[in-house]
Write a protein that binds this ligand. Sequence first.
Ligand SMILES: O=C(O)c1cccc(C(=O)CC[C@H]2O[C@@H](n3cnc4c(=O)[nH]cnc43)[C@H](O)[C@@H]2O)c1
Length: 224
Amino acid sequence: MQDDVKNSTKPDKRILIMTAVEAEREAVLRGLQADNRFDVKLAGVGPAAAGANTAFALQNEHYGLVISAGIGGGFIGQADIGSIVISSEIIAADLGAETPDGYLSVDELGFGSSRISVDPEIINKVTAALSDAHLPTIARPILTVTTVTGSQETALELSKRVPGATAEAMEGYGVAIAAQIQGIPAIEIRAISNAVGPRDRSAWRIGEALQALEQACSILKEVL
Ligand SMILES: O=C(O)c1cccc(C(=O)CC[C@H]2O[C@@H](n3cnc4c(=O)[nH]cnc43)[C@H](O)[C@@H]2O)c1
């Protein structure tokens, strides 16, 4: 009865959250504090596993929203460690072809779209709520890559390829494609653990990012 009253102003929908690894799943669950409108499932690492696992989860339950959540890399000058990036768009940044004249996306090759748009109403609601709670949050394009960027050259190339690129991770596009095929809206939320650039695993602040992810999810459950 208590829950019915509490959720009476919220849309009647269940929400699926997909994380790559168990530590991210646990951080999300801590933040959600057993809110039973949410299911939190493992996507696995990379867009292929994420797409397959999301499609499987969507077969067994009806959801009104799908979220790809976890830690991610932040482009220098765009997103700091410990901050949150909300996807204004989810973009497969290395799905295409190399040519002597440069990279061609699948869009340019005529094989579909590398970009998945996100409902502006959901973006604004989530971004405003996290910002109001004093979590540094920005809504910008999040890239999905199949290889973690490990050099300044690749970071620059990705920034040129996708103007406004602010974070990168490895699952968003896979999760969002599975949702799109079912006609369900999707959004990606990344807590920044490291800078996109030359590889330095010792500089990854995974604990800090997982804490930010937990905090973000504790706010999410109040606004979605
Ligand atoms: O080692 C740990 O304790 C640990 C705890 C939580 C998560 C991890 C991961 O390694 C998660 C892998 C996951 O993170 C995303 N990610 C993070 N930074 C980047 C990046 O710079 N570029 C691309 N992806 C990044 C990605 O989605 C991975 O699947 C470890």
